[in-house]
Write a protein that binds this ligand. Structure first.
Ligand code: AMP
Length: 428
């Protein structure tokens, strides 16, 4: 199938071809025609499936064909959980609208609101926003959403997971009742279904199915390791393997900082990305990681959400996540867009329970490999890290993600994610 058959305008086809896309991804093939028909859509898709173009392209088409009001009120609102995701969607919108008279902008917290307000005053057709800053500006009377025709909730599961439900409900109240609604989510917990039922009218269901796979595989490996030797092992793996790009996950912000410092001391170009970092530092770190200036990006789970890091060859779990679903999110960062990747977890004895929970969730026994010199003390306690040290309590039963039985996981640009918990991860 080609983009020509999806009903998109020449201006959009030209921008798509400039981007170098030749074939629409499965989610694009399914979502674009329905959105163009004006239908509400409930889409099961995660970052890496091409979902952003799946909704931004038809929105651009609808708005560019509709009647343009002179003061340019916001006509499409795209809500996302994180600043990074918001910024990426905005970048995509800019590229796809190169040949259209459509203005978009992005607003998120953590940066001065003045430039954002100035942009809004100029008139904006499409607004990409994180819920907090949007409500802030709305409360200050700096933004009107009374002319919104299309609403997108992107990564809706993550928005709920991050505690944005109340904010979403407040935003919904100020939108016109008659509008087109698009909800994208990787997982469908009870809470997401409830939210979707409240918002969507006779939605078309679309799904990026694992059968339409272009990604090769993710090789998963466990390296048992003494807790105090993990830093040494990670430095050895990166240096001796001559790795060029590795995403490393730690459980806490403090852990991310400490590991980053140790890596830098060992001559590895590294940066940390987590909730305590300012927007400038986060953007710089991500840009450096993408352009190859940085070898290692050390991230906490929340900070890594929604990041579009293409063709990632290595992901390392410096510590296993205490929420098993996060493991699947983390390894989904590798082996994307047709490339194979490796996901390595350094597991110390006190993470035995986390590993067992993960294996239960993915339905696989993950292969273990012992690196000589890094063996854990056979007498070390396997008592898990205490809740006070960052293990939030589970409040829902995990769903089993789709992985095959060879410790690999596939889908169109990345693996599927299991359901989320509504827990808080304040230290990430
Ligand atoms: P997304 O899931 O929207 O985050 O997109 C993941 C990556 O796939 C981004 O880098 C997009 O630029 C890229 N992408 C989106 N659609 C296509 C396509 N049809 N062909 C090739 N790459 C694409």
């Amino acid at each position: 199938m080609s983009f020509n058959s999806l009903g998109l305008s020449d201006a959009l086809l030209k921008a798509i071809s400039k981007k170098g896309y030749t074939t629409p991804s499965p989610i694009q093939q399914k979502a674009i025609p329905s959105i163009l028909e004006g239908k509400d859509v409930l889409a099961s898709a995660q970052t890496g499936t091409g979902k952003t173009a799946g909704f931004t392209l038809p929105i651009l088409q609808i708005l560019s064909q509709g009647k343009q009001l002179s003061h340019r009120p916001v006509r499409a609102l795209i809500l996302t959980p994180t600043r990074e995701l918001a910024a990426q969607i905005f970048e995509n919108l800019k590229e796809y609208s190169t040949y259209l008279d459509i203005r978009s902008t992005v607003i998120f917290g953590g940066v001065n609101q003045k430039p954002q307000v100035a942009q809004l005053r100029n008139g904006i057709d499409i607004l990409v926003a994180t819920p907090g800053r949007l409500i802030d500006l709305q409360n200050q009377g700096l933004i009107s959403l009374s002319k919104v025709e299309i609403l997108v909730l992107d990564e809706a599961d993550r928005m709920l997971d991050m505690g944005f439900l109340r904010d979403i409900e407040r935003i919904l109240k100020v939108l016109p009742a008659k509008r087109q609604n698009l909800l994208f989510s990787a997982t469908f917990s009870k809470d997401i279904k409830k939210l979707a039922m409240g918002i969507l009218h006779h939605p078309v269901h679309v799904e990026a199915t694992p059968e339409n796979t272009t990604v090769d595989a993710i090789i998963q490996k466990i390296y048992p390791c003494a807790k105090q030797k993990k830093t040494e092992l990670i430095i050895k793996l990166i240096s001796e393997g001559n790795w060029k790009q590795v995403l490393v996950f730690t459980r806490t912000k403090q852990g991310a900082n400490k590991l980053t410092e140790a890596m830098i001391s060992a001559g590895i170009k590294a940066a940390a990305i987590h909730g305590n970092k300012g927007q400038g530092a986060r953007t710089r770190a991500l840009a450096g990681f993408k352009d190859g200036t940085l070898t290692a990006l050390v991230a906490t789970d929340i900070a890594a959400r929604g990041l579009d890091i293409p063709l990632l060859p290595h992901v390392i779990n410096f510590e296993l996540p205490n929420i098993p679903e996060d493991y699947v999110h983390r390894i989904g960062r590798t082996g994307r867009a047709g490339a194979s990747g490796e996901a390595i977890s350094l597991v110390s004895p006190d993470e035995t329970v986390f590993l067992r929970d993960i294996e239960k969730l993915v339905g696989l026994k993950l292969p273990k490999e012992q690196i000589p010199g890094f063996e854990p003390d056979p007498n070390a306690s396997t008592e898990p890290i205490k809740p006070g040290q960052g293990r939030p309590q589970r409040n829902s039963t995990p769903k089993k993600p789709k992985t095959d039985n060879k410790a690999r996981s596939n889908n169109s640009f990345g693996p599927r994610r299991p359901s989320q918990n509504n827990d808080r991860r304040s230290n990430r």
